[in-house]
Design a protein around this ligand. Structure first.
Ligand code: 5GP
Length: 143
């Protein structure tokens, strides 16, 4: 199976500044922002800037850069929300549960006894996303 990257996907538009996002972190190779339909308090996403559809076509260099940012964001969300743990998720192709076709990792703070909400469920209120993003950015700055 080989499917081409399509640069009209939502995350490519966010990277190009054509759609808004609650930005958390950016470096030369990666970008992190809040998920608008969070599965838990503080759910965020980490993507490479280089175009790749998913884990099947990403270059090792781009993947390494993304994983370093996933670790940064994982530590930041645990600190920001005093979380008990963190779940990192990543889906590939429709059969693998992927909905947006630009590689991304989900970073979701976890709390003892609290289950994840459904995938791509309810939209979060913009003011809640903004407040959570502020806490994560502060944790990143304090790191
Ligand atoms: P996946 O492709 O990993 O199955 O899921 C895509 C994820 O992107 C979902 O968690 C969904 O809530 C999130 N998402 C979908 N559209 C947008 C959007 O326009 N902005 C942001 N920030 N997240 C989105």
């Amino acid at each position: 199976m080989k499917t081409a990257y399509d640069d009209t996907n939502i995350f490519a538009k966010i990277l190009r500044g054509e759609l808004p996002a609650q930005k958390l972190y950016e470096d030369d190779a990666t970008f992190a922002f809040m998920d608008i339909m969070p599965r838990g308090h503080g759910h965020c996403l980490v993507i490479p800037k280089a175009p790749s559809r998913n884990i099947l076509d990403v270059t090792p260099d781009s993947l390494s850069a993304v994983m370093a940012t996933v670790q940064k964001l994982s530590r930041a969300v645990v600190k920001a929300f005093d979380a008990d743990g963190v779940t990192v998720q990543q889906f590939n192709e429709p059969a693998g549960g992927q909905v947006v076709f630009h590689l991304h990792f989900h970073v979701i703070p976890r709390f003892d006894g609290v289950s994840l909400k459904p995938h791509s469920g309810d939209m979060e209120k913009p003011e809640v996303l903004a407040a959570n993003a502020d806490r994560i950015r502060k944790a990143l700055n304090d790191a």
